[in-house]
Design a protein. Structure first.
Length: 582
């Protein structure tokens, strides 16, 4: 990294840093308050191989000078600073810009200037809306109490900005910030892994001196009428869902002001440059490459505002056990809703049939033969899928088998095989893909198919009930674990579904009773057939549950009935179990 100084329009000396690929396109990183250029230390290494990276300390931050008068901290002054850095370090080709907090807000101001669209290739904005757009959103909403939701959002956003008032008090605010810098830093770093935190040695000074930005801009923005600020530059919004200062709904009307807009939502607080550097780097890279001619990938297509698509268009879905039954119908249901499918099964013939059916719908399916009980095979499968097609946005762990018979009559290897497939297959799938979803940082959804047998004990289905009950509890635990990463998890609990499960289930009986097995199988097949509840209805429930992020979804009336009964009358369920089914 090389450092130099650049003088802004009013003579303020700014410290500017350059690194990365000198032959690559240029990206300029602009930080906010109370940060310095160090804010980007986690992002820069992810950009430096492709981009020439320029970042600088805002006025009064880090090694940059800072005027004494608060009147020199208006957004127009920050826009002047950016223009000076750009003129000095990149006077030719247009640059890409990534801005956070007040750095992003100041850059919106620059975009309102004549000729800005000729100098800027793209702008990725993180937790820093235009002050004009912000105040227009608040004012317009407060004028419309007859639209309760819109009014409430505007009022809530205004209240979330009340912290700016004490920060606008001269003398007292800088003094308090200098004395409580450790507390401020702790608040910023709350919940973020220590190895992702990046603060400069001038943090306390940066916070105290930079507070002038609030006095110069916060109150004037409330008093002065906002102006129309139309932007003719490709804009990408990184919306931090858990940001306590800038609420997600604030951006709902940004498309009024930007001719080309992308929006990505991240389960993050305000300081996503710390918590999600990989998301910011990927977003900048994908947009830059697309604008340079590369076809947009799924994530960018999903983010594009105004692009018509089906509910799961530009979405990659992985379904195990897709060669028949619930798995096949689930794959078809997602395909009808626009998804691209990765389908797997141990039955190659059934898998090819499912792929052909998806193709007939005009969809895309990538078939893989897979034994989900083989942990190493599942890991290799996940590696190949992610490297070839990308990380699936939705993972459906559906593959399962059955075995019926008393526990004491069931050979150990058969009991273990049921656990290996029904429970082990789900665990293997979650282990392989959940980690990759977390690392990607943009959320996703996992569906684990259990059964109403998870909460309805039956003495003739010991192995099956045990495996599904374990899936049920495993999924509840994992849902809690993954929620902070914005990854949903749904446990599906079907009831009596007319699939090939009865014919495929091995029924075990003592030697003296084996003649009755064929009769019992025929009776059960007849019952399932007469029940007439097909796997397509389970598939529909799965798709709906993903859309609504349901935690538990019983399917069929009897599944709901037994679910409620298991909560209210557990002893009644035990009595039913003693009656048996085989």
């Amino acid at each position: 990294m090389t450092m130099r100084y650049v003088d802004s329009t009013d003579g303020t000396r700014l410290a500017v840093y350059e690194e990365g690929n000198p032959d690559g396109p240029t990206v300029v990183l602009v930080h906010g308050w109370p940060d310095s250029h160090v804010l980007w230390d986690g992002v820069v290494p992810l950009l430096a191989h492709k981009f020439r990276v320029i970042r600088y300390d805002n006025r009064s931050a880090g090694a940059s000078e800072g005027p004494k008068s608060f009147s020199k901290y208006r957004m127009a002054d920050f826009a002047d600073d950016f223009a000076a850095v750009l003129a000095e370090l990149s006077p030719g080709e247009p640059v890409h810009v990534l801005g956070h907090d007040w750095g992003s807000i100041g850059f919106w101001e620059y975009l309102g200037r004549p000729g800005a669209s000729d100098r800027i290739a793209s702008f990725t904005s993180v937790s820093g809306p235009s002050l004009h757009h912000l105040m227009r959103y608040i004012r317009d909403g407060l004028k419309k109490p007859y639209r309760p939701k819109r009014f409430a959002h505007s009022l809530a956003q205004l209240l979330h900005l009340t912290y700016t008032l004490p920060l606008s008090i001269p003398v007292l605010a800088p003094l308090a910030l200098r004395l409580s810098a450790g507390v401020l830093k702790a608040g910023i770093t709350l919940g973020i892994p220590r190895d992702r935190l990046h603060h400069g040695g001038t943090f306390a000074d940066d916070a105290a001196r930079g507070a002038k930005i609030y006095r110069a801009n916060a109150l004037p923005a409330l008093v002065h009428a906002p102006r129309d600020l139309y932007v003719d530059v490709p804009v990408q919004l990184i919306v931090n869902i858990d940001d306590p200062y800038v609420r997600p709904y604030l951006y709902d009307e940004t498309q009024r002001w930007a001719s080309r807009l992308w929006r990505r939502e991240v389960r993050s607080g305000h300081w996503s440059p710390f918590s999600h550097p990989q998301v910011l780097a990927a977003a900048v890279t994908e947009l830059a490459e697309h604008l340079d001619g590369k076809p947009a990938d799924r994530a960018l297509l999903r983010a594009q505002i105004g692009r018509p698509r089906k509910d799961f268009g530009d979405t990659l879905v992985s379904v195990t056990g897709a060669g028949s039954g619930i798995g096949r119908e689930t794959a078809l249901a997602f395909a009808r809703d626009g998804a691209e499918l990765v389908i797997s099964d141990i039955d190659e013939a059934g898998l090819k049939d499912t792929a052909a059916r998806i193709g007939a719908l005009g969809g895309i399916a990538h078939p893989y033969v897979l034994d989900v009980s083989d942990a190493d095979a599942v890991e290799r499968f996940a590696d190949e899928v992610c490297s070839t097609h990308g990380v699936p946005d939705i993972v459906v762990n559906n593959a399962g088998i059955g075995v019926a018979g008393a526990f004491l009559d069931t050979p150990a290897e058969q009991f273990d095989r049921v656990l290996d497939v029904n429970l082990g297959g789900v665990v293997n799938g979650c282990r392989a893909f959940a980690r990759r979803l977390v690392e990607r940082g943009t959320g996703g959804h996992i569906v684990n198919v259990a059964s109403m047998a998870a909460y309805s004990p039956l003495k003739g289905l010991n192995a099956y009930c045990t495996s599904k009950a374990a899936v049920y509890m495993f999924s509840d635990c994992l849902r809690a674990e993954l929620s902070s990463a914005g990854i949903g998890l749904t446990t599906i609990c079907p009831g009596i579904i007319n699939t090939n499960i009865v014919s495929a289930t091995e029924m075990i009986a003592p030697s003296g009773k084996r003649a009755a097995v064929a009769t019992r199988r025929a009776q059960l097949e007849n019952m399932f057939d007469r029940r007439g509840y097909g796997p397509d209805k389970v598939a529909k429930a799965i798709v709906t549950a993903v859309k609504k992020d349901k935690a538990i979804r019983p399917v069929t009336p009897e599944a709901y009935l037994l679910y409620g009964t298991s909560k209210v009358l557990p002893q009644g369920m035990r009595s039913i179990a003693r009656a048996g089914v085989v």
